[in-house]
Ligand binder design. Structure first.
Ligand SMILES: [Zn+2]
Length: 476
């Protein structure tokens, strides 16, 4: 199968910046890039093609974006977990809803989130959650998508909504091992790099007993896969860990030799400067979900600090129930804004850098940079076309500097993405998903969300979160 796309310009992400090339074209055979560079060079190689797209009229070609941390199934609860105190978000909004989900809700929510992500330029979907084998079968493998999948392993005795906030969470050892088995099954059935890649997902140190965490780490090392874990994610976790172990999460993980290059640590917004240093020194990879943590916790995760320490990081949109969308282009803008505020420095994380975080550096962080993240011969044909004709992206100039690189980050919404290719296969063409009917996905998500909220409503209302209080006060 051959694919030829001729563009107005391209960002290759080669070298230390964005690797911009004017009159850029790309040619892919059997999923692998054969030529990517000036149109003249590429046309010497690309004699024929099954698929041909001519986007020389302001079509910008760039690597597909890498979203390393998403909980797609939570999209079914979009707009139901908002504007509450940090301690309430999981216990009083997410848990009372998600304990009523069944497979149909999960599938409907995930598919909605996956389409949203793809249409806004994400080609590598880093999905994290329960029932991941089901989603791998019903979405990722079925539609030929690029995914990094993590089955959640948690050992909590019951839903968080049933536990008092100042009590130590009781562990259900059997449940933890059951979920570890499900994670191993996902690995055995679906780990087929580079198309589908599996990581091991102990949810967080407060949700998994230390012994189990050590066993998971051992399995990950033996099989050369990464551990994907929420680390130092705020006050709720800190209270639990201090109470149980008398020290912080990062210090415990360091002591137990779990900090290392195969750990992908999500969030880390409760890590001190000293702890970030320890993580960077141990080559821990971070995945930062800036908007999500800002919205849920009112905190800016220390991404800029970690980068200054020489740490590697990917980006993530986390979940639509607390973010509230899966568009990485929107995320890029917020990553720059929030870190400039965090560092009180308008030069913190410039536009070119955030584009690298979402592509080549994100690929390095998840261990897939041999295949993804830049446009060069031998890598997989995962790339997108951004239509620079949109009002908000203009004027578009290449001299005296390429202003469109800044416009791409600070002026885009994500809906400027016109084409999306994975392994050289067209997944979005002219803004339309090729493999499923979008309207039916939206209809199904609405039907399933209503069904879910009908089941969860009693508990969701009874637990009396701040959101419910808004309701009683007639504010929403
Ligand atoms: Zn998460």
């Amino acid at each position: 199968l051959e694919l030829l796309v001729r563009g107005w310009a391209g960002l290759t992400m080669r070298g230390g910046g964005v690797g911009a090339v004017e009159s850029f074209s790309i040619y892919v055979e059997d999923g692998v890039i054969v030529a990517a560079g000036s149109d003249e060079e590429v046309m010497r190689v690309a004699s024929k093609s099954d698929h041909y797209f001519d986007v020389r009229d302001k079509g910008l070609i760039m690597p597909g974006l890498i979203d390393a941390h998403m909980h797609t199934q939570l999209a079914i609860a979009r707009g139901f977990c908002q504007d509450v105190p940090e301690i309430e978000w999981m216990r009083k909004t997410v848990s009372p809803i998600m304990k009523h989900v069944d497979k149909n809700h999960v599938l409907a929510g995930s598919l909605l989130a996956v389409l949203e992500a793809l249409k806004t330029g994400t080609t590598t979907l880093g999905d994290y959650g329960h029932r991941m084998s089901f989603l791998a079968r019903e979405i990722y493998a079925k539609y030929g998508l690029r995914a990094v999948l993590t089955e959640t392993i948690n050992s909590l005795d019951s839903s968080l909504s049933d536990i008092k906030e100042d009590e130590l969470y009781p562990f259900d050892i059997e449940r933890g091992y059951g979920e570890f088995d499900a994670a191993k099954k996902l690995y055995n059935d679906f780990h087929k790099p580079p198309r589908i890649n599996v990581m091991l997902g102990p949810q967080a140190l407060d949700m998994v007993p230390l012994n189990l965490l050590k066993e998971i780490t051992e399995f990950a090392r033996e099989n050369n896969v990464m551990i994907h874990m929420h680390v130092a994610q705020g006050g709720r976790e800190r209270r639990q860990i201090i109470k149980r172990y008398g020290n912080s999460t990062v210090k415990i993980l360091h002591k137990e030799k779990i900090l290392g290059p195969n750990l992908l640590a999500a969030h880390c917004h409760d890590a001190s400067d000293e702890e970030l240093k320890i993580m960077a020194k141990n080559n821990v990879k971070m995945v930062s979900c800036q908007r999500s943590i800002a919205l849920i916790d009112g905190i800016v995760p220390p991404l800029a600090k970690y980068l200054l320490l020489g740490g590697l990081s990917a980006l993530g949109t986390d979940q639509a129930a607390g973010n509230n969308n899966q568009s990485l282009f929107t995320e890029l803008k917020f990553v720059c804004f929030l870190n400039k505020v965090l560092m009180k420095d308008p030069t913190a994380i410039p536009a070119w850098k955030v584009l690298r975080l979402a592509t080549i550096e994100g690929a390095m962080a998840v261990g897939l940079d041999d295949y993804l993240g830049s446009l060069e011969e031998g890598k997989r044909g995962d790339f997108i076309v951004v239509d620079l004709k949109h009002l908000n992206l203009n004027p578009v100039l290449t001299r005296p500097v390429r202003n469109y690189i800044f416009n791409l980050v600070y002026s885009s919404f994500g809906n400027e993405v016109s084409h999306v290719f994975v392994d050289g296969e067209p997944k979005v063409v002219d803004g339309k998903v090729t493999f499923v009917d979008e309207d039916s996905v939206v209809d199904k998500a609405n039907e399933m969300a209503l069904d879910l909220m009908d089941k969860a409503a009693g508990e969701y209302i009874d637990i009396d979160s701040m959101m419910v209080k808004y309701l009683w006060r007639g504010l929403i």
